[in-house]
Design a binder for this molecule. Structure first.
Ligand code: GDP
Ligand code: MN
Ligand code: MN
Length: 333
């Protein structure tokens, strides 16, 4: 299997024909899968937004006040409002906004980005990324996976995930097949579109590479049953259910974990899990150590400190770490 970044794509603007822009620069062949970062899909679909467009209202103000108090710095209630509008539910309101999007993806700050957005304050996720993938798939003739970089529950660091796909099933269902000893597999449904998205993210990077599309050549789905579900049905999602009932209690967390987990040096050792996006409401970077009272500048262990001006814009990382993406433990049930 080989992966190629699609080079030379321009800064994408509202109304751009992303399929045409891609087709001109990628020699797509039968059997290829195209992974596309949602940033360019969102841009082409006009999902840029400005904070001035949002009238915060009471709930967003209350959320921003609360998170701002926890973080020890003011938070923009208009951003909280944007997250609320992009969500069908908030699993947590503090110390970060963990949101379920309309299409079922769980992401910190509803996946709203502030990085790689030159012409606006915010870039929202596509309204329906699977519909976006379908349009690209129909235009390009190869399976398409729309990706975002996202955090994982229980682990530090981010990786690419699929938020929409077309022309390829989401998962191969190994249940009923056998392992090397002949034992029948009972639980494994392999989320291949996430695996492709994660691989593609290795080439897109997170910054100024300017490579929002990756061609995967030589991937074979194989002779397996297919499953197209990636987002859990909330009715069966006990992690979401638990989070909805959870209360943020930094003292309890610290006691449980032991002080050294929150120790500056220990945090720097961990080194990953950059929580980005200062200045955003609900940004987990601020949330991780609230109540610590000691190291509010670097709660996530990124070692990068905080930006007192709230100017850093690597937002996508800002919503990662707390992303209790529901697909994490798909094989355990
Ligand atoms: P996300 O993970 O989808 O939220 O997006 P990132 O901000 O991590 O960007 C993924 C890749 O797309 C990086 O290589 C960016 O430099 C690149 N990128 C983002 N927007 C554009 C654009 O409008 N044009 C081009 N050519 N590259 C872009
Ligand atoms: Mn993003
Ligand atoms: Mn990214």
């Amino acid at each position: 299997m080989e992966l190629f970044g699609v080079e030379g794509l321009p800064e994408v603007r509202p109304g751009d024909d992303l399929a045409a822009l891609t087709a001109e620069r990628a020699d797509l062949q039968e059997g290829d899968v195209l992974c596309v970062s949602h940033t360019v899909v969102s841009k082409a679909e006009g999902r840029q937004a400005d904070l001035a467009d949002y009238d915060p209202g009471e709930r967003a103000r209350a959320i921003a006040d609360r998170i701002g108090t926890l973080a020890g710095e003011q938070k923009d209630p208009r951003f909280a409002r944007a997250v609320i509008e992009e969500s069908r539910a908030l699993l947590t309101e503090e110390p970060l906004l963990l949101a379920v999007t309309a299409f079922g993806h769980v992401a910190v700050n509803a996946g709203i980005d502030r990085s790689n957005v030159p012409d606006a304050d915010l870039l929202l996720l596509p309204e329906d990324p699977t519909a976006s993938a379908r349009r690209l798939h129909e235009a390009l003739g190869v399976p398409v996976v729309v990706t975002d970089t996202s955090g994982r529950p229980f682990r530090l660091g981010q990786r690419g995930v699929a938020i929409g796909w077309a022309g390829i099933p989401a998962a191969r269902d190994w249940r009923g097949e056998t392992d090397m000893t002949g034992k029948e597999l009972g639980v494994t449904v392999e989320a291949v579109v996430d695996e492709l998205a994660a691989a593609a993210n290795l080439l897109t990077g997170e910054g100024d590479d300017g490579i929002p599309a990756v061609v995967v050549r030589g991937f074979a789905f194989g002779d397996h049953d297919a499953s197209d579900n990636l987002f859990r049905d909330p009715a069966g999602d006990y992690v979401q259910d638990a989070l909805e009932q959870w209360t943020y209690d930094p003292d309890r967390l610290r006691q449980k974990a032991g002080e050294d987990l929150y120790d500056e040096a220990a945090g720097e050792d961990r080194g990953v899990g950059d929580g980005g996006d200062d200045g955003d409401v609900g940004d987990e970077r601020d949330g991780g150590d609230e109540g610590d009272g000691v190291r509010a500048s670097d709660p996530d262990g990124s070692g990068q400190g905080s930006d007192p001006n709230g100017q850093r814009s690597d937002s996508e990382e800002g919503r990662q770490d707390g992303d209790t993406s529901t697909s994490s433990d798909g094989d355990t049930q």
